[in-house]
Ligand binder design. Structure first.
Ligand code: NAP
Ligand code: ZN
Ligand code: ZN
Length: 347
């Protein structure tokens, strides 16, 4: 076992605080890498507050993890000491079910192992995430990171990046499509970058009028303030796709009315309470309501390679780990431009 330091929530009522714990010995197929940066996802906050229930405490959050390999197991082929490495939202899965075989490990029928707040495939050992100094992961769940991009700004690609890249690819969003990105936060700003890069006309739907200039800088073609009834009316029946990244309860029916016939509303945000849906919101325009969960390992590597090739990274604010609670508070207020990343050297 390797002793390491992290930041953990001891229960759903506690703030994060320093916590010492251990990583497993590096097994024959394991890679150990020292964490240099870890992104702060809204899911980290949902989980330490137990918004989704069944939290495993103490909880060390963090699933946008990048760093440098310090040790590899005897059978490891893909990595060597000194390589850059990354891990996203999952660290293992059964590997044998139909979904795992297809590279859709996030939908493993036997239950994937999340990077934290989850159990290893043995069904009893808790996993701990990236708000920590070092991590040990099976090589199949470690990703290659290009040295062409700034490492701190790459970290958010491991969750915010793949979570928005995957649905846009699945629904083949591109030239000729009108894409709305609902909510301009960590996920939303990556969705804008990918949507623009794939050739779609991108509109940001936001509750924050002050984000308009940023949205345009990110490449968005239009900006709609969702609290402004006139602006909403002007885009009724307009979009082919809405990618919904909102973390708080909101009225789906109002947004579904912005879709054209056959339009698709894709949920990636996970508010803590269930949606209320009126059937007419779908029936009226033969609309679809869909969802998407992060992405599998092959697609995550594809996304990272795409970003290296097209020079796409996250817009970040680098923070000291002792400021994590203030960062969470600002994130809840929508005051993040557009992803906090923890400099793990400050831990
Ligand atoms: P974030 O940075 O906090 O961004 C969320 C954005 O939603 C805010 O910036 C804000 O944008 C908008 N918003 C907040 N409250 C709102 C409200 N009451 N009504 C309308 N809009 C509101 O969060 P994030 O890290 O991008 O994560 C977003 C959500 O996705 C979270 O629920 C997270 O758990 C989930 N998530 C899902 C997956 C997946 O695989 N499906 C993966 C990662 C994260 P404006 O200021 O522009 O309105
Ligand atoms: Zn996340
Ligand atoms: Zn499986």
């Amino acid at each position: 076992m390797t002793a390491t330091k992290g930041y953990a929530a001891q229960d759903s009522k506690s703030d994060l605080a320093p916590w010492d714990f251990e990583r497993r010995e590096v097994g024959p197929h394991d890679v150990q890498f020292d964490i240099h940066y870890c992104g702060v996802c809204h899911s980290d906050l949902h989980q330490i507050k137990n918004d989704w229930g069944e939290g495993i405490f103490p909880m060390v959050p963090g699933h946008e993890i990048v760093g440098k390999v310090v040790k590899v197991g005897s059978h490891v082929k893909k990595f060597k000491v000194g390589d850059l490495a990354g891990t996203g939202c999952l660290v293992d899965s059964c590997r044998t079910c139909e979904n795992c075989q297809e590279g859709l490990e996030q939908f493993c029928s036997n239950g994937m192992t999340g990077t934290y707040n989850s159990l290893e495939q043995d069904g009893k050992t808790p996993t701990y995430g990236g708000y920590s100094k070092t991590i040990v992961v099976h090589e199949d769940f470690v990703l290659h990171i290009s040295d062409k991009l700034p490492l701190d700004a790459v970290a958010p690609l491991l969750c915010a990046g793949i979570t928005t890249y995957s649905p846009l690819r699945h629904w083949k969003v591109g030239k000729g499509h009108k894409l709305a990105v609902l909510g301009l936060g960590g996920l939303g700003h990556m969705a804008v970058k990918f949507g623009v890069s794939f050739g779609a006309e991108v509109t940001v739907l936001s509750t924050s009028p002050e984000k308009e200039a940023d949205a345009k800088k990110l490449g968005a073609h239009k900006f709609v303030v969702t609290k402004d009834a006139e602006q909403m009316k002007a885009v009724a029946g307009y979009f082919d796709f809405i990618l919904d990244t909102v973390s708080a309860p909101h009225d789906l029916n109002a947004y579904l009315s912005l879709l054209r016939v056959n339009g698709v509303h894709i949920c990636v945000g996970v508010p803590p309470t269930p949606y209320q849906l009126h059937a007419f919101s779908l029936i009226g325009g033969r609309r679809s309501l869909a969802g998407s969960l992060i992405g599998g390992l092959p697609e995550t590597q594809e996304m990272l390679d795409y970003c290296a090739e097209h020079n796409i990274v996250s817009d970040i604010e680098l923070i000291d780990i002792k400021d994590i609670d203030a960062a969470f508070e600002r994130m809840v207020k929508g005051d993040v431009r557009y992803r906090f990343v923890i400099d793990i050297a400050t831990l």
